[in-house]
Design a protein around this ligand. Structure first.
Ligand code: XMP
Length: 514
């Protein structure tokens, strides 16, 4: 992408690194997250407007601490170190770092010296800021002014404006930090001289011309999942190359109510492309027969999906490019996640076969965060139901049906899910709750209906609020909304006589039950 202006964020492994990147983008400035050990030549060649060094759980005082090339402090571009990033700067330049007895975590009151430096200019004399650290800088390096302090932290912010080097011990990217956004914006606009040239309009224009010149007269194949990432990828490609795009949507029979039709309606007649919907539900249900173990279900669905997709692709003859709706969090995470524990094997269109044989991979939204992908989708005219669709797992309702997956059981999950979604929308809560779903728990229990004793299924409702789906809290859905949902589910969904509400956070529970 030929952006004139960019900020580079070096990732030392801190939990808030992505959040820093999102704040910079929200401020209208393009940024990229690179590994902390990115060679200095690469950084220089990118001509960054400024550098931000992220936090890290590590200690700069240990020999195995994540490092960066100290030459980046002499590039002449502004550098802002956040938490570990500041400690790393101090360590490189001869400041003193010590370990704190106790970890300082949470909101801390910080006092700012006034009128000392552009960086802390937006901060009031006392501000509540988010801290999360064990080590701290006890003496700033020579040439640096101390800009702020707290009861436990003698140097909570520091700067050497003549060398354009800045550091904050607190986390301005976290919303709990008072005026944190202003501090970041000030760094970008006043110190780095950003003009704010990152917008979705320019992204779309640049991306369309880039796609056209890369693809030429070639053909492109894309798997549509019904989710926003692949939908926006399809919309961009359709605008760029029209009928050279073929989209394959595999209907595994595990989708939510009306979803398959919605995908067709969104694209047919609105976007120039060839759309193939492959109804493969018989195959999926027959392969899932008798299988109860969650990971096996996922593997079977993943393999069947790839098989159907590959078979459809083979019918099309030679296709030069495969497209995917990869987004920036996937890119950042896959850069670091090596060795991370596999909690659940994820099945996405992304895990596609090497053996289909494409010349190239096209990932038009690879550098975008989810909110940016949505903004692009809106600008390209995709319907709101698709653009604001909540996340839905690749294996679909199968992982919300505990035990063996059958058509009858999926019908129960689908009917209860549709009721839940309708009622959440009617209550105006759809944008406040990031994910909500129903689960066929596999538990049957005794009830009464009319004068009859029943022995039927228990449905669980799961509704969560979350920023990143890595952690979540259960949504405080009002009781009267829950009451309506419960009464409609027992009355309208087949064979349900009990509804329960899941009140567990993640961790320890995951969002899906499986
Ligand atoms: P868990 O259940 O691990 O889910 O807390 C976290 C988020 O990931 C979604 N999820 C998936 N998304 N393919 C996906 O694209 C999958 O295989 C998959 N499994 C879980 C889940 O819905 C939640 O949003």
């Amino acid at each position: 992408m030929p952006h004139n202006q960019r900020i580079i964020i070096l990732n030392f492994g801190g939990q808030y690194c992505q959040l820093i990147a999102r704040r910079v983008r929200e401020a209208g400035v393009y940024c990229e997250v690179l590994p902390h050990d990115t060679p200095i030549e690469t950084i220089r060649a990118a001509k960054p407007l400024g550098l931000i060094l992220s936090g890290s759980p590590a200690s700069v005082r240990r020999p195995d601490a994540p490092y960066a090339d100290p030459a980046l402090l002499n590039l002449g571009v502004p550098v802002l170190g956040i938490c570990y990033g500041m400690q790393w700067i101090a360590h490189q330049l001869g400041g003193a770092i010590e370990s704190h007895d106790a970890r300082e975590y949470g909101r801390v009151s910080i006092r700012f010296y006034q009128n000392l430096c552009d960086l802390t200019e937006p901060m009031p004399s006392t501000a509540s800021c988010w801290m999360s650290h064990t080590d701290l800088v006890t003496r700033a390096p020579e040439g640096f002014a101390t800009l702020a302090y707290s009861d436990n932290c003698p140097v909570a912010a520091m700067a050497d404006p003549s060398r354009k080097l800045y550091g904050v011990q607190f986390h301005p990217e976290v919303t709990h930090t008072e005026r944190g956004r202003e501090l970041i914006n000030g760094f970008l606009y006043n110190i780095c001289g950003a003009s704010g040239d990152w917008s979705m309009e320019t992204f779309i224009q640049q991306k369309l011309s880039e796609l056209r010149s890369r693809i030429g007269a070639g053909r492109v194949l894309l798997g549509l999942s019904g989710g926003v990432d692949s939908a926006v990828t399809a919309a961009l490609l359709s605008k760029a190359i029209g009928g050279q795009l073929t989209c394959v949507y595999v209907d595994h029979g595990l989708m939510r109510k009306d979803e398959t039709e919605q995908v067709r309606e969104a694209f047919e007649g609105h976007f120039d492309m060839r759309l193939i919907q492959a109804d493969a539900s018989d195959l999926f249900f027959s392969r899932l027969k008798g299988v109860v173990e969650p990971e096996r279900k996922r593997k079977i669905i993943g393999a069947a999906f790839v098989g159907v997709f590959a078979a459809e692709a083979a019918k099309l003859g030679a296709i030069e490019f495969l497209a995917q709706g990869t987004t920036y969090p996937d890119v950042i995470e896959s850069g670091q996640a090596a060795g991370a524990a596999v909690i659940k094997s994820h099945h996405n269109v992304g895990g596609l076969p090497d053996n289909i044989g494409f010349n190239g991979l096209i990932e038009p939204v690879r550098m975008l965060f989810k909110d940016e992908v949505r903004a692009v989708g809106e600008k390209l005219g995709l319907p709101e139901s698709l653009v604001w669709r909540q996340p839905f797992p690749g294996p679909g309702l199968a992982i919300r049906c505990l035990g063996e997956v059958t058509r009858d059981k999926i019908d129960i999950v689908r009917a209860s899910d549709a009721i839940l979604r309708e009622e959440i929308a009617k209550a105006g809560l759809a944008r406040d709750i990031q994910q909500y779903l129903t689960v066929l728990t596999g538990v049957r229990s005794v009830g009464v209906m009319g004068d009859e004793r029943t022995y039927e299924n228990a449905i669980a409702i799961r509704a969560v609020t979350t920023d990143d789906f890595m952690t979540s809290d259960w949504a405080r859905v009002p009781y009267d909304v829950l009451a309506r949902i419960s009464s409609r589910i027992v009355n309208e969904a087949p064979r349900v006589n009990r509804v329960v509400y899941d009140i567990t956070t993640k961790p320890p529970a995951s969002i899906e039950w499986e």
